[in-house]
Design a binder for this molecule. Structure first.
Ligand code: UDP
Length: 226
């Protein structure tokens, strides 16, 4: 919460002093557990402020509000990217997110831990597409929030099955309890980004996973050599 709120405030102040352009890396989490699907930028969201995810969601919502206030009141030149699930090489192994977790479980022959019934959905965007989207937004003149992500949606259970298929792993799928307030669905509506940035993702899910898998395989090999 401190990074998202106080940290954003400090950097906005610095941008104002230096007359710099400011880009906020916001998140699809501002939509919370969305009641509108897919999510468009004009949806206000469904966030539990006092749940375990509230610290992140509310800090980012505060950051967006403050960024818009600096833009309106101080005429600061700002951009807001609402970043949806993104993956690729160099993700941290143990940050708990589903892509590195499942890939490493599959490569190590461990059980894949699907939370809940696995029917909750996510839409995964490959990192190089995301970087291009952010760059295009930064160099555009558009000041209101823009969704950036890949609309290809899948359930977490299907994602686990795909990882097993691609890695040809003999790991099993096991079901664990669903974390509190885990969003049931998530899929970006990227019509705005397509229109104003002329941007849409071009790396397929399979290609992105292949590249990410190669990275983690390499890491496992170099660890064994250490
Ligand atoms: N998830 C899972 N097993 C894991 C880690 C995550 O089933 O070992 C699920 C999690 O409950 C969520 C989805 O995968 O529904 C994406 O989780 P992640 O933490 O990667 O991102 P976020 O929830 O922020 O979209």
């Amino acid at each position: 919460m401190k990074v998202g709120s106080l940290g954003t405030h400090k950097v906005l102040g610095l941008a104002k002093e230096k007359k710099a352009r400011f880009l906020l890396a916001s998140t699809s989490e501002v939509y919370g557990d969305p009641l509108s699907h897919p999510q468009k930028e004009d949806y206000w969201g469904n966030v539990n402020p006092i749940g375990p995810r509230g610290v992140y969601d509310e800090a980012k919502r505060f950051a967006e509000a403050m960024t818009m206030a600096y833009q309106r009141f101080h005429k600061l030149d700002t951009r807001i990217a609402r970043i949806f699930n993104t993956f690729g090489p160099r993700m941290r192994e143990r940050d708990g997110r589903v892509v590195p977790t499942f890939i490493l479980q599959a490569l190590r022959g461990e059980d894949l831990t699907v939370f809940g019934d696995g029917l909750q959905t996510r839409s995964f965007c490959y990192i190089s597409d995301m970087v291009q989207g952010i760059y295009k937004l930064l160099t555009s003149e558009y000041a209101a929030p823009v969704n950036l992500g890949n609309p290809q949606e899948m359930s977490v259970l299907d994602f686990a099955k795909k990882i097993l298929e691609i890695t040809e792993s003999s790991s099993k799928i096991v079901f664990k309890s669903l974390p509190e307030d885990d969003p049931q669905v998530r899929q970006p509506d990227i019509s705005l980004a397509k229109k104003i940035l002329k941007w849409e993702p071009s790396v397929s899910f399979e290609e992105g996973i292949k590249r990410t898998l190669e990275y983690f395989q390499q890491r496992l090999i170099s660890k064994q050599e250490d």
